[in-house]
Design a protein around this ligand. Structure first.
Ligand code: LFR
Length: 487
């Protein structure tokens, strides 16, 4: 049979893309229809997403997809937690804030005054991140904008709304708001009420695989896609789509979805909401098929991309391949950081902040570019190690292989360091796990793939994967981790 084609609109923190996936019984080919930059805008003292620009990029991509032969359906995913607000006329109220905006810095304690942190965790199972939707809404409290709002839509839901005219809240992404009940998978009316939020803001939950709606006629016309082309609800949280496409073939796997962030953890059938998992700041985000993504956010390759951005502005070389080659030769464990130190969150001069961290902790700051890159990658590998070991311990599961997916899987040195630090084999790839997860959920909704295991077999059988065996000295990695509290 001729394989069917699906379009995945996948928005990342630095770029968006529309990918076309062709799926057959033993094929899964992915091609890029269109890629566009995602450039956040600092304006009026806050950091925003240019969400109309992103929507335009999606339309351009769908036009390319139409030109390449059309698609059976469309799915949309993006990063989590951020939202747009619609007024009673269904119009967008202002530009969505970027989660790296600093306005939420001090809001958490205000929320905890009403709902203690322990209780918030017990109900929602969500790790504490200062930018979780619940804290963004607390920061917006009393604003004219929130007062005028009738509907809250997370970013992919907002794009789906513009594509189809329909309104819904996709489950995997809704689970990152800290307003969803981890047990029931529905909005927590109790939390919403106690936090003084209007319950009407929160649309009905949609599940991955459901139909969101057909493209609006005007969108079909503008893109050249067939009238009535369905938009399928996918795992709209990019990390959930990436985990859905992890090419694992047995239960004892850990994963690291590695891009701007490193999301490291396990796939579980039930949430773990113990005091110990709260203390370790593990999250229980929803995955497909009733699974839970038991993981922790690690600052990820943001540390490297912000470093390169700074170097570029300074006129220093930023070609990654030679920098990685030099980093591989630099002295080991010369300087280490805790990647999750709060001072690394905001955009800005990353090398200066890393140098300051090193000096403050009695280390010599990395002496040159190679040492800086090595410091970042070793520190990330140590965080990968600490996080996956904690995930296994907190959930009582064994770990025998680690799948590293996403853009970071192209970074040879990081993959090898991760295998060495964990003392476990690392399977790297696919790079485009998120787009593949998006496409496979659509293919399954069309009856082309049976179940989650079949999705993963298809990825494993068709995508380029690289295998890293652990080498090096486990004890040296453990000792290095202890230096920065990453035991
Ligand atoms: C990764 C990601 C993470 C989420 C962060 C902010 O792209 O979606 O899972 O914690 O972005 O939304």
């Amino acid at each position: 049979a001729f394989p069917s084609a699906f379009a995945a609109a996948d928005l990342g923190a630095t770029s968006g893309r529309v990918m076309v996936g062709r799926v057959g019984p033993a094929n899964l080919d992915l091609s890029e229809a269109h890629r566009f930059a995602n450039r956040p805008v600092q304006v009026g003292g806050s950091l925003h997403w240019d969400v109309l620009g992103l929507y335009q990029g999606v339309l351009d991509g769908l036009r390319e997809a139409a030109r390449s032969g059309g698609v059976a359906s469309v799915g949309v995913d993006s990063w989590a937690v951020d939202y747009g607000l619609l007024d009673t006329d269904g119009r967008l109220l202002g530009n969505p804030h970027h989660y790296r905006d600093t306005r939420t810095q001090d809001t958490a304690p205000r929320v905890w005054d009403t709902v203690p942190a322990e209780e918030l965790y017990r109900v929602t199972g969500l790790q504490h991140l200062p930018f979780n939707t619940v804290f963004q809404l607390a920061a917006a409290r009393g604003s004219a904008q929130l007062g005028a709002a009738r509907t809250l839509l997370l970013i992919p839901d907002l794009l789906v709304h513009w594509l189809t005219g329909t309104v819904g809240a996709e489950l995997t992404n809704a689970s990152t708001t800290a307003l969803l009940d981890a047990g029931t998978g529905t909005w927590s009316g109790d939390l919403i009420g106690r936090l003084g939020l209007d319950p009407r803001l929160f649309p009905p939950i949609r599940h991955p695989g459901e139909l969101a709606g057909p493209l609006l006629p005007e969108v079909a016309r503008a893109t050249g896609l067939a009238e009535g082309t369905p938009v399928v609800t996918v795992a709209s949280h990019d990390t959930a789509s990436a985990v859905a496409a992890v090419p694992a073939d047995r239960p004892g796997f850990g994963y690291i979805s590695c891009g701007t962030w490193s999301l490291a953890g396990l796939e579980l059938d039930d949430p773990v909401v113990t005091e110990a998992s709260r203390a370790a700041n593990f999250t229980n985000e929803r995955g497909i098929d009733g699974t839970f993504r038991f993981l922790r956010n690690i600052m990820g390759l943001w540390l490297l991309s912000e470093t390169l951005r700074t170097w570029q502005a300074e006129g220093l070389p930023t070609d990654l391949a030679p920098l990685l080659a030099r980093a591989a030769e630099a002295p080991r464990f010369a300087a280490l950081i805790d990647p999750d130190a709060p001072e690394f969150m905001a955009p800005g001069d990353m090398p200066a902040r890393i140098a300051a961290y090193c000096e403050r902790t009695g280390q010599r700051a990395p002496a040159d570019q190679a040492a800086m890159v090595r410091c970042i990658l070793e520190s990330l590998a140590l965080a990968h190690r600490a996080t996956l070991r904690a995930a296994a311990e907190l959930s009582g599961r064994d770990l025998d292989v680690v799948h590293l997916v996403g853009g970071g899987s192209r970074n040879d040195l990081l993959c090898q360091f991760t295998a060495d630090a964990l003392g476990l084999p690392v399977v790297a790839g696919p790079t485009e796990a998120t787009a593949l997860g998006n496409i496979l959920v659509q293919a399954r909704a069309h009856g082309l793939v049976d179940d989650r295991a079949a999705m993963r077999r298809l990825v494993a059988g068709t995508q380029h994967l690289r295998h890293y065996r652990p080498g090096g000295d486990q004890r040296a990695w453990a000792a290095a981790g202890a230096r920065v509290g990453l035991a």
